[in-house]
Design a protein around this ligand. Structure first.
Ligand SMILES: [Zn+2]
Length: 380
């Protein structure tokens, strides 16, 4: 009897929820574009504004992703915006040669274990999960390359760390670690730099046991003990949490942009969840502490977020961990499904939509709900 009551209750909950959803989703289908903030200032010709900041013939547009799953619509929007930007820069200037630079964050955690009170991670790279999903990212890049004739380069974290000048940036971060750690980790004030144990791949996720010396760092593995890594000779082994990576990458790009011998200019395209307060507090403060003023940092173009019914961004990790978004068409949360249901034509439609955001800033300086895209792809 108790069981039946329970079931009836669950059923009623479902009916109530469906009714509420139906009521709350009623709208007139009209998109209003209030001008404000960036959209008010830039209105039209935003690409021309960006072109004025370039004095080279080549442009590198950097995008990044943690390949922990099939790319979702938010990631596809970032990739499409990078290509649309490169394409428009090339057409409007008549001479600029753009290239897309895909920075793969394969050092992001795949699995975390707590041993003796310390969090240790196994990264996407160590677990080989990165390789599994990267194929889908490459497919998206190939498709966009075909639409625009713009080449791309893929760079793993190891390759990023091997570029000239990284040692100098690492030394500067370590030398100022007390100030930098307080800015980047307001809660605990820890510099979240790490190196994976070469024997087992276990990595002190937050770098809590790290010991810093003049030009090296000592890390602790619970299985294999202490090991030392040199900034000078093995920079490729260093890994960072997101705010620290954001900082190191921005300074590396800024140095290239300031260097007259380097024939290209860096731009970044990322999701607008990193816009505003995040960069002001974590990037601009920290970079100027290390001697790179804000005006030297590479311009960042923010991609509108794709939000769920509540206005929260679609989250890849919640989709994976908590089986979320069951109410949405699967093509919104997995590229594999997007390809299956909407095909190349769907990607072309997305590219045209995203390109139009660059023509009128009121379409760029805002977010979009999943229902907007369900309307866009509705008749496929
Ligand atoms: Zn080990």
């Amino acid at each position: 009897m108790g069981k039946i009551n329970e079931l009836q209750e669950i059923n009623q909950c479902m009916v109530d929820r469906d009714d509420a959803l139906e009521r709350s989703l009623l709208h007139d289908g009209v998109v209003y574009y209030p001008l404000g903030g960036g959209a008010y200032t830039f209105k039209k010709n935003y690409v021309d504004y960006l072109l004025k900041q370039i004095d080279t013939h080549e442009v590198r547009i950097s995008i990044g992703a943690q390949p922990n799953s099939s790319p979702h619509l938010g990631t596809l929007a970032v990739f499409n915006l990078a290509y649309a930007l490169g394409y428009k820069m090339s057409v409007r200037s008549g001479f600029i040669k753009p290239e897309i630079f895909f920075e793969v964050v394969d050092t992001a955690p795949f699995e975390t274990r707590t041993i003796e009170g310390v969090d240790y991670q196994i990264s996407l790279r160590e677990s080989k999960v990165a390789d599994k999903y990267l194929e889908e990212y490459f497919e998206v890049l190939e498709l966009l390359k075909r639409f625009t004739d713009i080449d791309y380069t893929v760079r793993r974290q190891k390759d990023f760390n091997l570029q000239p000048g990284i040692q100098r940036i690492l030394r500067s971060v370590i030398g100022n670690r007390e100030t930098i750690a307080t800015i980047l980790d307001p809660e605990r004030g820890i510099l979240k730099m790490r190196v994976a144990c070469t024997a087992c791949g276990l990595t002190d996720k937050d770098g809590v046991n790290n010991k810093y010396h003049g030009d090296s760092m000592e890390s602790y593995c619970p299985e294999h003990g202490w090991f030392e890594t040199s900034f000078e000779h093995e920079p490729e082994r260093f890994e960072y949490n997101t705010p620290l990576r954001n900082l190191i990458r921005a300074i590396a790009y800024a140095r290239d942009n300031q260097n007259e011998d380097i024939p290209f200019t860096w731009f970044r395209v990322t999701g607008s969840d990193y816009a505003g307060y995040y960069q002001e507090q974590l990037l601009y403060k920290a970079a100027s502490t290390l001697g790179t003023p804000a005006h030297e940092l590479p311009p960042i173009i923010y991609t509108p977020l794709i939000t769920d019914w509540s206005g929260a961004k679609l989250s890849k990790s919640l989709y994976l961990k908590e089986n979320a978004y069951k109410y949405l068409p699967p093509y919104l949360v997995e590229y594999a499904q997007f390809r299956e249901q909407l095909g190349e034509q769907g990607m072309r439609k997305l590219f045209e939509e995203v390109s139009s955001w660059l023509d009128e800033s009121h379409k760029l300086f805002r977010n979009y709900s999943v229902y907007y895209f369900m309307g866009l792809f509705g008749n496929e």
